[in-house]
Each structure stands twice: as C-alpha cells, then as structure tokens.
Write a protein that binds this ligand. Structure first.
Ligand code: NAD
Length: 669
C-alpha cells in the first residue's frame, strides 16, 4: 500500500465560518494529530487550498452572484493555521472549485508517489471533502476519510454525505485506525491493545467477541491516560444481526403474560439493589460523576424500573370500550432501538428499557461508548432477572453504528436521548422510514433571578444547578438572567458560591466539580469559551484549566457576561461548566430573554413575587418549570420532555410511556 494524506481547505476563512462542527480549535487539534503522525511515518502530505485573486474574477460563479469573497490571495483568511502549515517538500494544490482534483496537478503528484490509498481530512464534509472523495474513488484510489479530522457547517448535509459515501466510495476511519493500518506507531493512547477489550454486542443472550473491528479507547477522565475500556465499534452486520434477533424477541415479548413481564422487572429491581454499591462506583469511574450524584442516579434508575412495573398493575393491555361495538386496545410496537448518551448511563437507559419491556416490546440498545461497562452491568441485571434471549440486545458503537441500527427494517421505533444535532439527524431517518421517534434532546436552560428572591440562597442553589457534574446535564441552568438592579450584588454572591463548590475526584464524598468526560470534550469547551470571548463576551470568572488539576479533564467553572442574545454562546448549550450571565432591565425583558432561544427543556424562576411566579408559569416556554429550585430532582412518574427543539415526540416516564411503547388498535366487533 502507498498512502498519501490530502488536507482540504484548512484555511481561516473556512475554519471561522459559524456553526463549524467540530469547532475550529478542536478540528485543528485533530488534524494536527493526524498530520504529525503521517509526517513521522513518511506519508506524503498534500495541501489543497482554495485561493482567489483580489479582483475576484476567478471566484466560483455562485460566489460572484452572491458577491461573496473568501480566501483572497495574500489575506489572513486564505492562510492556514500554523499547526497545519505546509512544510518543505509538501505539495500545495491551489483550486478554484470544490474538488481538489479540479486541479490536474493533484493527479500528477499522486502518480509521482504511486499513491493507491488517499486519506482525506479537512472541511467541509458535504462539499469539498465530499467532492475530493468521490473524485479519488473515480480515480481508482482506495479512500479513507479521517472521521475525527473532517468538519462541516451543516450537520444534516454532513451526515447525508457520509451516508452516501460510506460503503460506496470510502471508509470512515478513526485516526487511531488509520495509523494502525499504516503501521505508524504513535503515543500509547493510540494502541488498540491497551486495556481490556470488551465484546462488541449482546445478541440472542450471548456476548459476541470483537474481532477485526475499529476500536475506541475510553480514558479515565481523572488522568486522561488510564484506559478504562477498549470498545469495538459495531458494524452494519452487528446492527443487522441484533435487529433481526430482536424481531424474534418481539414475538416472545408480545406473547408473554403481563404477570411474567412484571416478574422480570421485579427481579431486575432486586438485582440492581444487590449491585447498588458496585453500580454507583462504576458510574463515578466511567463518567467522572460525583459520588453523591451517582447515588442519586442509582435511586432514579431503580424508581424507573419500579414505575414501569406499576404500569402493568394499571393494566396496560386493558381495552377501552368506546361503545358496544368498538373498543381500543394497546399493542406493543415491536423492536425499539434505544440510543442513549453517556451522562446518565444507568438512569436514562433503564428509563427506556423498563417501560419498553413492560409494554411487551423487544429492543436493541446502542449505548454511549463512554459508558460501556455500565451498559454491560445493566444487561447482566436484566439477564439474571430472566429476560428471554433475544428480547434485549445491545450493540456497542458510535454514531455510524447507531445510524446503521435505526435504518434496519426490523426496527419499529426509536427512542433517543442526546444532543439536538443528533435528534435532527435521527428524525430525518425516522421520517424517511415513517417510524415513531421519541427524542429527549439538549437544553439551554434559563434561570431568572429577580430582586424579591433571597440572593444568597438563590446564588448558592444556582451555582450547584449550573456547575455540578461540571455542567454536563441537559437540565443544567446555564443562562442566568438577572435584573440590572441586583446584577452587581448577585454577581458577587454567585462568584463566591461557585468558589465554594469543592473541586476534586469524583469518588470523594464532597466533590461537586468533576472532570469533563474526555480530553476532546474539554478541548471543545475551551474552544467555545475562546470563541465567545472573540464574539464579545466578558469573562467574569474561570476560563481555564484549574492549575492543580491539569492532568485530568477538569475545566474551571466559567461565567461569561453576554449582552448579545444572538451570540453562539447564548443560543447553544455548552454541556460543560460554562454559565452565561445576562442582565435585563425588568421582569418582562427577563421572560423575553428566557424564551429567546430555540430550546425549551427547562426554565427556573428565583422570585418571591407571586404575580411574577404566575406570569412565569404562564409564559415560560419549556417542558419543565421550577420555582425557586434548590435541587435538580425529577419525579419518576412526571413527564420528562422538552418543548421546542429540546424534544420530539411524546415525553418519557410514568403513564406517558404508554403513548410511545404501545400503539392503539381499534376493534369493531
Ligand atoms: P450525542 O447526541 O452525541 O449521543 C447520544 C447517542 O446518540 C449516543 O448513543 C450516540 O452514539 C448516538 N448518536 C450520535 N450521533 C448520531 C447520529 N448521527 N445518528 C444516530 N445516533 C447518533 O449526545 P452525548 O454527547 O452522548 O450526550 C450529551 C447530549 O445529550 C447533550 O446535548 C445533552 O443535553 C443531551 N441530553 C439530553 C437529555 C434529556 O433528557 N433531554 C438527558 C441527557 C443528555
């Protein structure tokens, strides 16, 4: 094999476009990791740059039409960041259109090096990367897209491009996998043999060993070094096998008497209880969640199982008689695909799995890679509770694995908890297949702080609700909207309350500020803060790695004052220890600011004024409202679901689950 690395359009004007995912700083980091390794392995590197003359005469026709200018010769925008700059001996291919192959020089360079395999990284996934990949394929090259080192500004188009390219023109590979295939030895974290390898799937009641698949290493958030799990990425065949098996499982579950289903849930609850201590420790270790929060998550998980069991007492399958000749009964849906995030690795999956089984469905679960061991423990509990083989299946993997799963014919409905971006992509697939989707998505929650509240108490509670678990909660209160008249006093007490939150190791009893889930996530959070500062935000506190915690993934609780509601930071969840302070002249403006975002998961009001409380309850646009909250506790039987972009489909939990895990069937007799 003779490989070359092609870097596409890694120039400031493209990297600085709003909405780049991953953010520029993170992407630059990923590309430079790949670039350095390729250089050290003697892989030829080719830089494809778009460069246009100052008079704009050679711009693409649609740029001329729109009077759009970018990457003008000699400007900063046309330059590439220093980390990615070409070094002597590397070719620069200047192009005027999407594909790097539009300049025949590229083909000449590839032929000179006798290249048969092209590794592609850069921006944007749906446009120039896609064009280069398709042209490389057409030129008989094997193409590997560096999955972690490509970025786009439109997630839907990026995802669609990937779906089209993958398996046809190219393979999407992690940097580690690319380097392994190239035989390049890099830093130890790239070594796929580190740590204990987990199976790739649980199908027909058996764990399936992983062979010949890509791997993901989950590092201990506390040191970014110790490999906690080495997880294989499930393939299309794994997803297909699991979904087909679940189809058989669906028949078994649908035919199972309710008393038997209740028995399974009862025993599952007992098994969870028996393993309480171990599960709490596992959550702490895998996700870096503080002990207190992991205990709370355990209790919530158990409640979800108990609540699902009680659904059966309420006679799930009972008929509703409309009149003497028409009745409606609830029937199971069939195979449910369960997609879960890493931040509540026990409660969120059990909040889906338990009602799915109670209602007589089978399922295939694709957990988050970061929480794989907790997922294995959940399967063990279900297995020892007597779940029949085939009723609960699992495939480990990434977004691509999940995508393969939800597009299997056997899957009848999808339940997802994850980011809004993911929700959008999954909704497109479910829409395409016309199958139901229940999606609990990201938040961007506001807390309104009004003069009548007890400032000290509110500040203390808000510090906890914004920053515990380092803000990695969908329900974190991250936009703090404060009336001008108390802004100064509030900022002082809030800053003091944040400083008082103990930072430390997750397993220690008092810790509130824990590490972020991964070095990459910390890099994203840091990049978001840097971008916000460039956008005009003012740093009130934090904004750095805490000096004595630089070994793990900690990031200091950060408060940024943001005046402009249109900025990225105001409009988007950071999912990290970053709060936005926004001041307003009065309560009316506070309500406006609260609702001025596309999300609507949760909103809170700190005010003793009953008229304001009523107004808030009438006008705040969110699925959950809190008045003077002192904790983030949720009730296991209350509907949990976001409004606006924070949720899609029916909400979760309690009797609300019946609307998703069963479907009505009318019988005329
Ligand atoms: P994520 O969206 O990256 O991943 C969630 C799950 O979806 C994972 O299993 C992942 O592999 C899968 N996935 C990712 N991309 C996909 C795609 N294109 N197609 C199909 N599946 C895909 O989220 P995360 O980083 O694990 O978790 C953090 C996010 O989850 C935050 O936005 C947070 O607010 C949100 N969250 C929401 C709730 C809620 O109940 N509203 C609860 C917890 C977390």
């Amino acid at each position: 094999m003779k490989a070359a690395l092609l870097l596409v359009d890694l120039q400031y004007d493209f990297l600085n476009r709003p909405g780049l995912t991953p953010p520029a700083a993170a992407l630059i980091g990923e590309v430079s990791r790949l670039l350095e390794a390729c250089r050290s392995g003697g892989i030829p590197v080719i830089h494809a740059h778009s460069v246009y003359s100052t008079d704009g005469s050679d711009r693409m026709p649609h740029w001329k039409r729109d009077d759009y200018r970018a990457c003008v010769e000699g400007t900063h925008g046309a330059a590439t960041p220093p980390e990615l700059a070409p070094v002597s001996g590397e070719n620069i291919i200047v192009k005027k259109f999407f594909s790097a192959f539009s300049n025949p020089e590229l083909k000449t360079v590839l032929d000179q090096h006798a290249v048969d395999t092209l590794i592609v990284a850069g921006v944007y996934s749906h446009a120039c990367v896609r064009s280069a990949v398709l042209d490389a394929y057409q030129n008989d090259l094997t193409v590997w897209v560096a999955d972690e080192a490509v970025g786009g500004i439109d997630s839907l188009m990026s995802d669609t491009s990937r779906s089209f390219i993958e398996g046809r023109a190219a393979s999407y590979l992690s940097t580690g996998e690319i380097l392994r295939r190239l035989g390049i030895v890099t830093v130890p974290t790239e070594d796929r043999d580190r740590g204990e390898q987990l199976p790739v799937a649980y199908i027909r009641g058996q764990w399936i060993e992983a062979e010949g698949r890509q791997h993901y290493l989950h590092l201990d958030p506390c040191d970014c070094e110790t490999v906690l799990s080495n997880i294989a990425i499930g393939t299309q065949e794994d997803a297909e096998d699991a979904a087909n098996c679940a189809r058989d499982g669906a028949s078994i579950m649908a035919a199972m008497p309710e008393t038997e289903r209740a028995g399974i849930l009862e025993r599952c609850g007992r098994e969870l209880e028996r393993r309480r201590e171990e599960l709490v420790r596992l959550i702490c270790r895998e996700t870096g969640k503080a002990l207190t929060d992991a205990k709370e998550e355990f209790d919530r998980s158990l409640s979800f199982v108990q609540v699902a069991r009680r659904l059966l007492e309420e006679d799930v399958a009972g008929d509703i008689h409309i009149d003497t000749h028409a009745r409606v009964r609830r029937r199971p849906v069939g195979v449910i695909a369960v997609l879960s995030p890493w931040n509540n690795p026990l409660a969120l999956p059990l909040g889906k799995i338990a009602p799915a089984l109670a209602c007589g469905n089978s399922l295939v679960w694709k957990p988050a890679l970061e929480a794989s061991r907790t997922a294995m423990a959940v399967i063990e509990c279900l297995e020892s509770a007597g779940v029949p083989a085939g009723a609960v299946n699992l495939v480990f993997g990434n977004a691509a694995t999940a995508h393969k799963l939800i597009t299997r014919d056997a899957v009848a409905a999808v339940t997802l908890t994850g980011s809004i971006n993911t929700g959008r992509l999954v909704a497109v697939e479910c829409g395409n297949r016309l199958i139901p989707l229940q999606a609990e998505l990201g938040g961007n929650n506001a807390a309104l702080v009004m003069p009548s509240c007890d400032l000290d108490v509110s500040a203390r509670h808000l510090a906890e609700l914004a920053f515990s678990f380092s803000g990695q909660r969908c329900t974190a209160l991250r936009r703090i909207i404060v009336e001008d008249s108390i802004a100064e006093a509030f900022t002082a007490v809030f800053s003091a309350a944040i400083k008082a939150l103990p930072i430390g190791l997750p397993g220690e009893p008092d810790t509130r500020i824990t590490p972020l889930i991964s070095p990459r996530h910390r890099q994203r959070v840091a990049a978001t803060v840097e971008a916000a500062l460039r956008e005009g935000a003012k740093l009130i506190s934090g904004g750095r790695i805490p000096p004595s915690y630089d070994k793990g993934c900690w990031y200091e609780p950060t408060v940024l004052q943001v005046d402009n509601r249109h900025t990225h930071l105001f409009q988007n969840e950071t999912f990290g220890p970053v709060a936005v302070l926004h001041t307003v002249p009065d309560f009316e403006e506070a309500i406006q600011a609260c609702n001025a975002v596309s999300q609507g998961l949760l909103a809170a009001l700190y005010s003793e004024d009953t008229a304001q409380q009523t107004e808030f309850l009438n006008r705040a646009e969110a699925g959950m409202l809190r008045i003077n909250p002192d904790s983030g506790a949720i009730h296991p039987e209350a509907p949990f679901g976001g409004w606006k972009a924070s949720g899609y489909g029916t909400p979760e939990h309690g009797i609300w689950d019946l609307n998703f895990y069963t479907r009505p069937q009318t019988i005329y007799d």
